[in-house]
Design a protein around this ligand. Structure first.
Ligand SMILES: [Zn+2]
Length: 88
């Protein structure tokens, strides 16, 4: 899903994080514009292997790419945007 809150995401990250890159310490970043999910799969549940994904949990996230070295970090969208994310 393309992110429609890209400006709000960049603002929230800038307000909450002073040095985004843990490798080079750079503070400038680029948001890739796509929402993705960190997912947890119930590998010990036989229903999962039959195509039942009801036990899959996920966290909606966005990636930020360091403009200096290219390191990629991810942020939870509900934490960054709060109510704004939940309202779509
Ligand atoms: Zn970096």
């Amino acid at each position: 899903m393309f992110l429609k809150h890209k400006d709000e995401i960049e603002k929230a990250i800038s307000e909450k994080v002073s040095k985004i890159c843990p490798l080079c310490g750079h503070s400038k970043f680029t948001i890739d514009g796509m929402e993705f999910h960190h997912a947890s799969f119930p590998l010990n549940d036989p229903k999962f292997y039959e195509g039942d994904f009801s036990g899959v949990a996920s966290i909606p996230c966005v990636s930020a790419i360091c403009n200096n070295c290219g390191f990629i970090v991810s942020f939870s969208l509900p934490v960054l945007l709060g109510k704004e994310y939940n309202q779509g």
